[in-house]
Design a protein around this ligand. Structure first.
Ligand code: AMP
Length: 425
């Protein structure tokens, strides 16, 4: 017999953990609506070019981590599972002519992302993101608005306020000269670069600044920063983003060496980490501006900005800070019965109670009443509705499982009675 397991780097979200995710998804959806974002859903896979062109071919996400789907013979197109949501949303923005919608267009989506990375604690091959994107707003106020929204999400999730690192990574006017200065810095120290970083140097020197290799971390402490090389427009934009953050009372640290792992970012970029824990696998979320991306994917020049929050990481951080674990929904009552044959009556009564908005389970198992009551107690139900002979007279027994007391109740009165009890905790 084969014994199957979930694929490496993925995991089943069993009911308690899934409930924690559902709670976060609900907070995300409610918050996004409050901030004027409209929900959107795009496919979990796209034509590979969407990511190669959008995210960038010389990025880790595309070069090493893209989940490519094997093409069937004869089919010209190739697809890949989405490693992040932005490129697909931009593809949709262009495809559906959203530039003719009232601008700015504010969209939100939450769902699984896929990266073929080496799995480790907090790094999965399938993970979940809460994502928001704004098209058609050059900022700088919206840049601060999104960072504030992320803080609000963490707060409503119950997380201690994370550390926020913010930077401007320039634009096509000023970044090329910086990238050249950076490349020159690394070339002068080529003997200190690990093999992979040497290869990357000629293709994407910015990636080296983001490297987690210990040798690189040491080297990078002396690497030139972009801050004093920003063009006047980028410097002014960044100054205003910071002024808006200050005006909103947001605490953040300017990190001149923060670059993001995807090619499309320009100007404002940011990341969130649990307080005092800036590890490679602990980022709670990140975002940035991508003013050139819509054009790169075939649309008209349109500014864009967004963030992704890793829900898996938020769940881990909540556990690490000892937040109360989430409570799974428990039925208010379980409909049980002494006569194994009378399942139809139990099912009917439960159905009527549920139609009336109550959370009720029917015990449909062919087992002794004692067993049914035990099961109801174990799952934390407050009441058992015991269906027996008196049903002929329109009566059931309502048992308070906590007090272990019971009384006969006319079936007709049961919904109202249970509803009253449900409101008294
Ligand atoms: P990124 O686009 O890489 O900055 O990812 C955005 C957020 O998604 C990160 O800050 C993490 O919270 C989360 N994330 C990214 N990759 C993974 C992964 N492999 N496993 C779990 N969470 C991830």
């Amino acid at each position: 017999m084969p014994s199957f397991r979930a694929p490496r780097g993925t995991r089943d979200l069993l009911p308690p953990e899934r409930t924690a995710f559902v709670r976060l998804e609900r907070i995300a959806a409610e918050l996004a609506a409050r901030y004027g974002f409209r929900p959107i859903e795009t496919p979990l896979f796209e034509q590979t070019g969407v990511f190669e062109r959008g995210v960038g071919e010389a990025t880790d996400v595309v070069e090493k981590e893209l989940f490519r789907l094997a093409p069937r013979s004869g089919e010209g197109e190739t697809w890949a599972l989405r490693p992040e949501p932005t490129a697909g949303l931009v593809r949709a923005y262009v495809q559906h002519g959203m530039q003719t919608w009232p601008q700015p267009v504010r969209l939100t989506t939450t769902g699984p992302m896929f990266r073929y990375d080496r799995p480790q604690a907090g790094r999965y091959r399938q993970f979940w993101q809460f994502d928001v994107e704004v098209f058609g707003d050059p900022g700088p106020a919206v840049d601060a608005e999104l960072i504030e929204l992320a803080f609000r999400f963490y707060a409503e999730a119950g997380l201690n306020p994370p550390d926020a690192y913010v930077n401007s990574i320039g634009d096509e006017a000023c970044r090329p000269a910086y990238v050249e200065a950076l490349a020159a810095f690394y070339r002068a120290r080529i003997h200190r670069l690990p093999a992979l970083e040497r290869q990357r140097l000629e293709r994407n020197p910015l990636r080296l600044l983001d490297s987690k290799e210990p040798a690189m971390v040491e080297l990078n402490a002396d690497a030139p920063t972009i801050t004093d090389r920003l063009c006047a427009e980028c410097a002014a934009h960044f100054g205003e983003v910071r002024a808006h953050l200050d005006a909103l009372g947001i605490r953040y640290v300017v990190d001149a060496r923060l670059v993001r792992g995807l090619d499309y970012y320009v100007r404002t970029a940011w990341e969130f980490f649990p307080v005092g824990a800036r590890g490679t696998q602990s980022a709670l979320g990140g975002g940035g501006r991508y003013d050139g991306l819509v054009e790169r994917l075939g649309g008209r020049p349109t500014p864009g900005i967004g963030f992704g929050i890793g829900l898996d990481r938020v769940v881990l951080a909540l556990e690490a800070q000892g937040a109360d674990s989430v409570t799974e929904p428990v039925p208010l009552a379980v409909v049980v019965g002494a006569e194994p044959g009378a399942t139809a009556a139990r099912l009917r009564i439960a159905t009527e109670l549920r139609a009336g908005g109550l959370s009720v389970r029917a015990d449909l198992a062919q087992r002794k009443l004692g067993r049914q009551l035990e099961a109801a107690v174990r799952e934390g139900a407050r009441f058992a509705v015991i269906v027996g002979d008196e049903l002929a007279d329109g009566l059931v027994q309502l048992r308070d499982l906590g007090a272990a007391s019971q009384k006969p109740v006319p079936l007709a009165d049961l919904p109202a009675l249970l509803r009253r009890k449900a409101t008294v905790a």
